[in-house]
Design a binder for this molecule. Structure first.
Ligand SMILES: O=C(O)C(=O)Cc1ccccc1
Length: 291
């Protein structure tokens, strides 16, 4: 088998890179500066596989990923992994503890630390970056008076020191990452147990059909198909037009899913399968000491 080319939301030191290192058993890893750049590279055939964040326990869905998968590219989710997220405040090694006037990070990382920032750095300007790794890279460049929110790997890779550890507002912070491909191929992953098998479907409802969502949910419910997530997103075709993204806790099969699909189509709904895949839960030990 030729070496698997895996793209991820980079640059170095991102949570996505930590997820990639935890899941894969070797390969050619290529970093991209944004989620769209990563997914475009799969679309263009530059890489076979991409890993992008899809949901965080504190901040919710990564809409950029969901919307790009639905509207911009034709790719399938072929695996997912959930890893723990620990946010730290990273500063330049020469930082003397003077006023931090600007803090950089990914919007999800900033959102995970809102209370902390509000209490400890109420006057600091906040600037969003495409990833936490990018934020760390910027702070390494700009020097004293600035900070980044990111992980211990970003600190190590960019020669930053950790001023404060575990600054996320809630314990049990986890992020789910989607592994996507254009043409599903075999993946060489480490020997992790599969936690469960899931199927993600996208459902669009007909306009002005009273009780349509209830009927959609009923189609899954009476077949005893467990749903672990349902979320609505705008179709981007006009106010009030939404689709539903539904995670079903079982693999695609030739009886229940086609049954649901036929039932929904009879109601004027459409169902599209975005992927049926193994789900992994991986613990990443993060030994850190603040200075
Ligand atoms: O920016 C990163 O490091 C990412 O991988 C995206 C992200 C941001 C915040 C929490 C989890 C993942």
């Amino acid at each position: 088998m030729s070496e698997q080319k895996i793209g991820y939301l980079g640059p170095k030191g991102t949570f996505t890179k930590m997820a990639v290192d935890a899941l894969f058993d070797g390969g050619n890893y290529i970093s991209y500066e944004s989620i769209p750049a990563c997914l475009d590279a799969v679309e263009a055939g530059e890489i076979s596989t991409a890993v992008v964040p899809i949901e965080n326990a504190i901040e919710g869905s990564v809409h950029l990923t969901i919307d790009y998968l639905v509207h911009q590219v034709k790719q399938s989710i072929i695996a997912e992994l959930t890893v723990p997220i620990k946010q730290h405040l990273l500063v330049h090694p020469d930082e003397q503890g003077e006023k931090i006037h600007k803090i950089y990070s990914h919007s999800h990382a900033i959102a995970q630390c809102h209370q902390y920032l509000h209490k400890r750095y109420p006057e600091a300007e906040l600037e969003y970056t495409a990833s936490t790794g990018k934020a760390a890279e910027i702070v390494a460049d700009v020097g004293r008076g600035y900070a980044a929110i990111g992980n211990h790997l970003a600190a190590e890779e960019n020669g930053l020191k950790i001023l404060d550890t575990d600054i996320h507002d809630y314990d049990n912070n986890h992020t789910r990452f989607a592994v996507v491909q254009k043409q599903p191929q075999t993946l060489k992953v480490k020997d992790h147990p599969v936690t469960k098998h899931k199927t993600t479907v996208m459902v669009t409802l007909p306009k002005d059909y009273v009780g349509a969502l209830h009927q959609v949910l009923a189609a899954f419910a009476w077949r005893k198909m467990n749903l672990s997530k349902i979320e609505s997103r705008p179709m981007k075709t006009g106010l009030g037009n939404y689709f539903f993204l539904i995670d079903v806790d079982q693999p695609y099969d030739q009886v229940l899913f086609p049954g649901v699909q036929a039932e929904l189509e009879a109601l004027g709904c459409q169902l599209k399968v975005l992927g049926t895949y193994p789900s992994y839960q991986i613990d990443i030990p993060t030994p850190v000491q603040k200075v």
